[in-house]
Design a protein around this ligand. Structure first.
Ligand SMILES: Cc1cc2nc3c(=O)[nH]c(=O)nc-3n(C[C@H](O)[C@H](O)[C@H](O)COP(=O)(O)OP(=O)(O)OC[C@H]3O[C@@H](n4cnc5c(N)ncnc54)[C@H](O)[C@@H]3O)c2cc1C
Length: 387
């Protein structure tokens, strides 16, 4: 009987499913005969989290979940359960299922794609963190209630101006205008404020790009406040760290991501922030056959020295490269090393507008309007190949 190599991928997020797609391509002929791939996730579904803000503006959000069993079909095996321990010497992992039963799963190669969770604001600070579909629907409910009861302008504050904050502000702004019109009120009775704790938007991009994006947002009626940090939302007021205040009806926190908390319990070598340390081939410290990719890792580009960002495009590029690396390692060949994803930002600005920036050879390429929105939609769709 031929040797079968068992690859276990834990995490069916963007990194996990894109790795599986690339492994399918790399091992096309050997799949099932010599290569067995098992996907493990604690959920039954892949969650298209980059579109989370759509959960605020839509009542039906079922299309943001892709059932992993259906995605895996016959070629890939799927196990629902949470990775709770790794025994690297004996090459097995413990998977705890919902009914508390435990599966011992052997592996020849293990990939951890455990991702991240939304950084939440302390509940005592008021407002709602956009952290999942439930909170998105709760924000939707609050906005609709406040809109119907508002005696003056409805004022919404989005605290945190990364891509999620920008997209949420634009989408919520345009949806609320439609809803107020439907309710027979003036569309300009809605005000959306985007609060930025830095001097400008898109801090990693050149200044002029941040300014262009801001003027695009202004066209949508979004007011951007720079150098401001929200401390709390209390009694209908947002209170800033400089003790100034802004009257507001709803405050939504969009303050970034942190590595998945379950990583802390696995006994791995981690950074202070809780990210798994890996080498340039995504291998864990002192390990030949355990890899990690995506938001859960700390990896440094060996040429530029840049630390990889927690982003979908970075996770996908690592997934594609890892499939090649694994093939080379299995065959005993030389493998290519990690490279940071090039500068590219795609942002949706409501249902009819978008903003794309790319930099190549020191030249900035910027696109906005309907075409940019189409590119954004395309990148969302290819990222979640699990349709
Ligand atoms: C609201 C929001 C908007 C975003 N917008 C953008 C954007 O516009 N552009 C962009 O590039 N990035 C964006 N991101 C970031 C992007 O979503 C992440 O970079 C991407 O999800 C990383 O993919 P991943 O596979 O590493 O992790 P995840 O997508 O987090 O997937 C991790 C998977 O691992 C599973 N898992 C975790 N622990 C265990 C365990 N112990 N056992 C079993 N399974 C486990 C989880 O259930 C999950 O399915 C956004 C994120 C959020 C939250």
């Amino acid at each position: 009987m031929e040797n079968v190599i068992k690859i276990v991928v834990v995490g069916g997020g963007y990194a996990g499913i894109n790795l599986i797609e690339s492994l399918k391509k790399e091992f096309h002929k050997e799949l099932k005969r010599n290569i067995r791939i098992i996907l493990v996730d604690k959920n039954t579904f892949h969650f298209k989290k980059v579109k989370l803000f759509k959960g605020i503006v839509n009542e039906n959000v079922s299309d943001l979940h892709v059932p992993l069993k259906h995605y895996c079909r016959s070629v890939i095996e799927f196990i629902q359960g949470e990775l709770t321990a790794i025994n690297s010497e004996e090459q097995n992992v413990l998977i705890t299922r919902e009914d508390e039963s435990v599966i011992h799963l052997d592996f020849d190669r293990l990939v951890l794609a455990l991702g991240s969770v939304v950084r939440e604001a302390d509940p005592e600070r008021g407002g709602i963190s956009l952290k999942g579909l439930e909170s998105a629907q709760c924000i939707r409910q609050q906005l609709l209630e406040k809109m119907l009861s508002a005696k003056s302008n409805l004022r919404v504050v989005i605290a945190g101006s990364g891509i999620t904050g920008i997209e949420t502000a634009a989408e919520v702004g345009s949806w609320l205008k439609e809803e107020t019109e439907k309710a027979g009120r003036k569309p300009n009775s809605v005000e959306v404020f985007l609060i930025n704790d830095k001097q400008r938007l898109l801090y990693g991009a050149p200044e002029k790009i941040g300014k262009r994006l801001q003027s695009r947002l202004m066209r949508h009626g979004i007011k951007v406040m720079h150098n401001k940090k929200v401390e709390r939302f209390l009694d209908g007021k947002v209170i800033f760290s400089d003790n100034t205040e802004l009257k507001a009806d709803v405050c939504v926190w969009t303050v970034g991501l942190k590595p998945h908390p379950s990583i802390f319990d696995l006994g791995l070598s981690l950074t202070e922030e809780g990210k798994i340390k890996v080498d340039s081939w995504y291998r864990l410290v002192k390990s030949e056959n355990i890899y990690a990719i995506g938001d859960c890792i700390h990896v440094v580009d060996p040429i530029s020295g840049t630390v990889a960002a927690m982003s979908c495009k970075e996770a996908i590029s690592q997934a594609q490269r890892l499939a090649q690396i694994m093939k080379s390692h299995i065959r005993g060949d030389q493998a290519s090393v990690h490279q940071t994803y090039p500068d590219l930002i795609c942002i949706g600005l409501g249902p009819k507008d978008g903003f794309v920036w790319a930099q190549k050879w020191g030249v900035d390429f910027v696109l906005s309007g309907k075409l940019a929105e189409k590119i954004r939609e395309y990148t969302w769709n290819i990222a979640s190949i699990a349709r």
